[in-house]
Design a protein around this ligand. Structure first.
Ligand code: NAD
Ligand code: TYD
Length: 353
């Protein structure tokens, strides 16, 4: 693909995965002009992007993907040739509390982007790509055995996964109905620096650091497949540039763990890094009421992306978890700022809407 001068829209680039992706794209592809569109919800943090905010090939656009007129205006103005769509409400527990917000952002927001891309591209699809970033949670919950494959039937069970499943269906419908060049990936749980501390790993590290209790849902035997965020970014790079149109790629870490085993590991790494006595953080673990509809097990068969695009996770879990713990322990100020919401007030003065 000729990259020279192409305008690429990344949505949700101030969030956890999006900020890692934006940094990679801005640094690795100086010929692209990268536009990061983000509403800056509680989960969006421009502080994450300080290292590239002055780059000549980077522009931040503050806006809401639910606002169809705004989306149309930016497509008219910047004539994006590629879209990598990550903006979403992403936390299962919040979706249980307020499902409508998830339908608006994840479903209507995605549809607005599809409509504007289709109008902008007006049937001239050569060199264009709409890449939709989704989750393995659309496949539902596994028992003791089995893996999610690209042809596993959808069976979403939380409002979050239902909204992501719905958005995936719209993306595929635009491929089949209008011939839009689209590609989708469904990835397992990510971890690493810059993740908002409502998700399991940063929440546990933050609580260990502050010697607060560590809430493990149910009996702690639910299983997730953990992938280091940079490995997800390298997969996204390949899928955006080399993925086949209309295809879906599953991405996973080959790294299934029971929640309780993971929390034990985080406690032990933190104890070592903080020079606390052995087993002291494990004492903070508290088993709490289970999440309603808590999916039992997620696990990915990532054979297709390996065969077609040569991708495999590059980070060994023991290295990835230690690097992650070290990052949060070394960035206590970041943790305090994002949990206090101070960063949102700071940036409001630059991006008032
Ligand atoms: P995140 O919650 O950290 O970030 C989401 C970003 O989207 C934030 O910057 C937020 O401000 C922005 N946003 C939310 N609503 C918006 C709106 N209406 N308009 C514009 N921007 C809006 O999420 P994340 O963990 O970085 O996930 C990114 C994407 O990857 C999501 O689509 C998610 O479904 C998917 N995904 C995440 C994981 C994971 O483990 N975190 C795994 C697989 C797939
Ligand atoms: P989470 O990070 O919310 O990701 P997801 O629900 O999308 O997989 O949760 C990961 C697992 O950890 C999930 O099984 C729920 C569990 N969990 C806890 O036990 N305690 C917590 O405080 C949180 C946030 C999650």
């Amino acid at each position: 693909m000729n990259r020279k001068g192409k305008n690429i829209l990344i949505t949700g680039g101030a969030g956890f995965i999006g900020s890692h992706l934006v940094m990679m794209m801005v640094n690795k592809y100086p010929d692209y002009r990268i536009f990061n569109l983000d509403k800056l919800t509680y989960a969006g943090n421009l502080e994450n992007l300080r290292s590239i905010e002055e780059s000549p090939n980077y522009t931040f656009l503050k806006g809401d993907i639910v606002n169809a007129d705004f989306i149309q205006n930016i497509f008219d103005q910047y004539l994006f040739e590629g879209v990598i769509h990550l903006a979403a409400e992403s936390h299962v527990d919040r979706s249980i509390d307020s499902p409508n917000e998830f339908a608006m952002t994840n479903v209507i927001g995605t549809l607005n982007l599809l409509n504007s891309a289709r109008k902008c591209w007006a049937g001239k699809f050569e060199g264009k790509m709409f890449y939709h970033v989704s989750t393995d949670e659309v496949y539902g919950s596994l028992g003791e055995t089995g893996l999610f494959r690209e042809d596993t039937p959808y069976d979403p069970r939380s409002p979050y996964s239902a909204s992501k499943a719905s958005s995936d269906h719209f993306v595929r419908a635009f491929f089949h109905t209008y011939g839009m060049p689209v590609v989708i990936s469904n990835c397992s749980n990510n971890y690493g620096p810059l993740q908002f501390p409502e998700k399991l790993i940063p929440l546990m590290i933050n609580n260990i650091l502050k010697e607060k209790s560590l809430p493990v849902y149910g009996d702690g035997t639910n299983v997730r497949d953990w992938l280091y965020v940079s490995d997800h970014v390298s997969a996204m790079d390949l899928i955006f540039h080399k993925g086949r149109k209309g295809e879906t790629y599953n991405i996973g870490g080959n790294n299934e763990m029971k929640n309780i085993d993971l929390v034990h590991l985080l406690c032990d790494i933190c104890d070592e890094e903080l020079s606390r006595s052995a087993n002291s953080s494990r004492k903070l673990i508290t088993f709490v009421k289970d999440r309603p509809g808590h999916d039992r097990r997620y696990a990915i068969d990532a054979g297709k992306i390996k065969r077609e695009l040569g991708w495999e996770p590059g980070t060994l879990p023991e290295k990835g978890f230690r690097k992650t713990v070290q990052w949060y322990l070394n960035n206590g100020e970041w943790l305090n700022r994002v949990t206090s919401g101070a960063y949102q007030q700071y940036y409001q003065k630059f991006y008032l809407t």
